[in-house]
Structures are given as C-alpha cells and as structure tokens.
Design a protein around this ligand. Structure first.
Ligand code: PLP
Length: 412
C-alpha cells in the first residue's frame, strides 16, 4: 500500500465487527475472562487477550498496528505522551552506569529528560549533529544507545540517518530516532537503518491538537546481546520481539504511562488525513520560507527546503514528498521577536507543532527555558529565534499575516 492508502487501511484489526467504518472506543479499564486459567495466561503473556487497559487495550492496539505499518516496523507501544515514549524507549535497555550519546539539536523537553536521567546514574553526552568525528569520539565502553531527531526541533538540522545508523552499528549500538517533526510521510527511519523510531503523536499524527500521546516502533533488526544489555537477558529468547516483549512485561506496564482508548481513537481519526495535511503544510512552509527569504533576507529564514540551509543536501537525499512544515526566523533581538509574534493575527501563540493551524513561539523563553546557555547554542536556539509550525491555511493569507506583522515590527 502506498502512503495515502495506508493511513486509511493498513494494519486493520478485527475490531470493526458490525461493519463500523471506524474502530470502536473500548472505554473500559478492565476486560473479563471466562476462566481463571485464561486470565492467568494473559498475565503470563502466554495467551493473547486483554485484562487491564494500563497493559493493553483493543483501541490502542488498533492505533499501534497502523503506526507499525506506516513506520515499517514489527511492533509498536503507544504511551501517554511523546515524553513517555522516549522515557520507555531508553529505560527499557539502560541501567545505572550506562551512557547515551545524542545529537545536541533536540526538543527542549528531551534535553530536560536527559538531565533527570542523571539522577539515576545515566549520563548523556551531547554532540554536534552530523559531526561523525564527534559521535565517534563520544562513544565509550558504557555507551548503550545513540539518539537523534530526524529534523531537530527547532534547529531544523536534518540527521543523515543512514550514516548515523552505520556508525552506531559499527560500535554494536542501536540508533533511536525521534521522527516527530518529519513523520513517516516524509521519511521512514527504520528503512534507513534506525532501530527504534519514536513519534510524539500529539503533533502531526493527531493533527488537531486534541490529544497528547506518543508511540515507539521497533524494527526488530537490532541484535541485542546479554553481555551488553543484561536487562534484556530473559527476553532474548523472543528474538526480534525481545525489546518490545521486555517493555510490555516490565517498564511500560510498571511506569504506567499508558495511552487512553479515547486518545488512541482521536489519533486514528487524525491519521486518516496525515498525508493530505502534510502535503499541504509542507507546500505552505516552502512557500512562506521562499517569500520571507525574497522579501526580508535580514530575517535569516531557516528551512531545510531552502538551498541556503546547510542541511538541504541531506534533506533532498533523504526526505520524500517535502521538507517538513516548520521554519524559523531571526528577528534581530528578543524584543523584536516578541513584537513580531504579538503582531501576528492568524498564527496562534501556542507551544505545539503539527496542528492544522499555524502556530508560532519564541523557543528560548518557553520550550527551551530550562536548557543552559550552552545547550541552547548547541541546539540552535538564539534569543531572537521564532519558530513557526505552518498549518493548512491558504498561503496568501499566511503571507498577508506575516507581512503585516513584519511591517509593524519594523515601525516600532
Ligand atoms: C513535542 C515533542 C516531544 C514530546 O512529545 P509530548 O507528546 O509533548 O510529550 C518529543 N520530541 C519532539 C521532537 C517534539 O516536538
């Protein structure tokens, strides 16, 4: 199935048994079994079935199966948020004393999470993205995983996934990629060699800002070993399902950040239009970026679809169907950035991306507030930077709104 078809039909479950065209919302915390033995079987992971929604739920399964198909993996685990998915992905293999090597160009919440992991004895080394010597130099005997975002939020650097996966594998390490900003519409990191892909489905997958959620998908290709990943020990017998089996049996159910069935349903609704929305949003973003560059070059618009982006070549090689729908610009100072944002009439001031509506934010004072100055610089977050998540409005209206906001800023 090609992508526009797959978002509607891939990974269908048996849920629609009365001919419903949508999966039902199984809004139930627990599921009855007909015998003590069958409930025991489900608890031991020996029989398929449902017992308790924190562990699994049929509507959530339907969402997981569709994402698994779209990302080209073998299984997915949906979580209460993108942050919960990232946390589960890491803690499923890490122990105190382990290290993570990551691209420094990341979503602020993920940088904050790395700091929290420090309290549990897990250290993180941040390196410049796509700097292969820096990655090589940072990998040591305690390193257990490599992490990067497909398109850094909001640095908008495009990771060369194929190359980073090769580098990770040459050290016997898995590559975990956050694909939130690109989505499987633009790129399927697992096909390029990444081992686990994570999406904050609160963003483009949901598309309407109606539910917080996250999901991770395993390729099943990584060769885990008992020596390097002792926590996976007893699950290695499940072969390619070792990673997901351990997660479902331990950290996922015990940390308890499960996805509600209602939110899984909202995501399934959103998913149906993912391709259509992304197509239009990517076109709008390119159109807006080109317009800003032509009319206001001093605003240093950054967008991977512009040849001026240092990441344009990687983006061209790697992304299909577009260059994403996020752009940034630099107003010259924090005060001018605030004035510009306040003057926008159509774009909403919202700490989110991937909505149908155009959203705008000043990252340095919001999503990256808790990062150190050094972390901000490494992540490409300047004091005058404005991030725009371009929506599906008519491009002419967006240009009109940006033009009047820029002109009002110039007058002040
Ligand atoms: C929003 C975001 C997250 C976190 O997702 P939540 O659903 O808000 O927890 C992680 N990574 C990226 C790139 C994001 O944009």
């Amino acid at each position: 199935m090609k992508f526009h078809t797959a978002v509607l039909h891939a990974g269908k479950t048996e849920l629609e048994k009365y001919g419903a065209t949508l999966p039902p919302v199984y809004q139930s915390s627990a599921f009855e079994q007909q015998s003590a033995e069958s409930l025991a079987g489900i608890f031991e992971n020996k029989a398929p079935g449902y017992c308790y929604t924190r562990v699994a739920n049929p509507t959530v399964t339907a969402f997981e199966m569709r994402i698994t198909k779209l990302e080209g993996g073998i299984a997915s685990v949906a979580c209460a948020s993108g942050m919960a998915a990232i946390t589960n992905a890491f803690l499923n293999i890490l122990q105190s004393g382990d290290e993570i090597v990551t691209s420094a160009s990341l979503y602020g919440g993920t940088i904050d999470l790395f700091r929290n992991l420090g309290a549990f004895g897990i250290q993180t080394i941040f390196v410049e993205n796509n700097n292969w010597e820096a990655f090589e130099g940072a990998i040591g005997e305690h390193t257990k995983l490599i992490f990067a975002e497909t398109i850094g939020n909001p640095g908008l650097d495009v990771t060369d996934i194929e190359r980073l996966a090769e580098l990770a594998h040459s050290h016997g390490l898995p590559l975990i990629v956050d694909n939130t900003t690109a989505t499987s519409y633009l790129i399927r990191p697992l096909e390029l060699g990444a081992d686990i892909v994570i999406n904050s489905s609160s963003k483009y997958i949901n598309g309407n800002s109606s539910a917080i959620s996250g999901i991770l998908t395993d390729s099943g290709h990584f060769k885990w070993t008992r020596e390097k990943y002792p926590v996976l020990g007893e699950y290695l017998k499940y072969g390619p399902m070792a990673y997901i089996s351990r997660m479902r049996a331990t950290v996922f159910r015990n940390f308890g950040a499960c996805l509600s069935p209602q939110n899984a349903f909202l995501n399934l609704m959103g998913l149906e239009t993912l391709a259509l929305r992304m197509e239009h949003q990517c076109e709008n973003a390119l159109g807006l970026a080109v317009w800003i560059r032509e009319h206001y070059p001093e605003l240093s618009v950054n967008f991977p679809g512009l040849e001026s982006s240092p990441w344009h070549e990687i983006a061209r090689k790697q992304l299909e169907n577009g260059y994403g729908a996020i752009l940034t610009l630099r107003a010259g100072s924090k005060e001018r950035a605030f004035t510009f944002i306040d003057n926008l009439k159509l774009a909403l001031q919202v700490s989110n991306i991937g909505d149908t509506k155009t959203l705008v934010i000043h990252p340095a004072s919001t999503i990256s507030l808790h990062s150190t100055q050094k972390q901000k610089e490494e992540a490409g977050i300047y004091n005058d930077l404005i991030r725009v998540s371009v929506g599906i409005e008519d491009l002419e209206d967006l240009i009109g709104d940006f033009q009047q906001a820029i002109e009002s800023m110039e007058k002040q």
